[in-house]
Design a protein around this ligand. Structure first.
Ligand code: THU
Length: 160
């Protein structure tokens, strides 16, 4: 027997094609890349969440001279929401980056550790987290549910 995993996502040629609400969130993320602390990679990432009550919360990557101590924008964001707005529901997260060493015109998607964290957050809040992935310009992807990026995830169910 074979099992197959497929997922689909939306592709837009630019942020001009997004709804006003999504374009505003991505734009907020683009502006927030300036708060990243990335003196080592010079790859400034921002993740900005819209909560169900309309609040906008931001996270940026924070690097360290001891490289593994650095933390990605997505996990900074999730920790902030959980600590500052406990019980709040995240509807959508826009993720973007400003690569000071190269191009920044195609979407990036969250790294593996962040995918693990996103899927657990979704599970905790029993509500899908929509992702808007884009660069400072160029194509934009919309993924309806972050856990789609984590097939066969290891979850708390396994620890029972
Ligand atoms: N980074 C993020 O913040 N999020 C991702 O999803 C990918 C990578 C950061 C980590 C590091 O500070 C820099 O980007 C280069 O890897």
């Amino acid at each position: 027997m074979h099992s197959e995993y497929k997922f689909s996502y939306e592709v837009f040629d630019s942020s001009d094609e997004l709804s006003q609400e999504d374009a505003m969130l991505l734009n907020e993320a683009r502006n927030t890349t300036k708060h990243s602390y990335a003196p080592y990679s010079r790859f400034r990432v921002a993740a900005v969440a819209k909560l169900s009550d309309g609040k906008i919360i931001a996270g940026t990557n924070q690097e360290n001279a001891s490289y593994p101590a650095g933390i990605c924008a997505e996990r900074v964001l999730l920790s902030s929401v959980s600590s500052q707005h406990p019980g709040a529901t995240i509807e959508t997260i826009a993720i973007t980056y400003d690569n000071e060493n190269g191009e920044n015109n195609r979407p990036i998607s969250p790294c593996g550790i962040c995918r693990q964290s996103l899927q657990e957050y979704e599970y905790r809040q029993s509500h899908p987290i929509r992702l808007i992935l884009g660069g400072m310009s160029g194509k934009v992807y919309i993924i309806s549910k972050s856990s789609l990026l984590m097939p066969l995830a290891f979850t708390s169910d396994e620890l029972k």
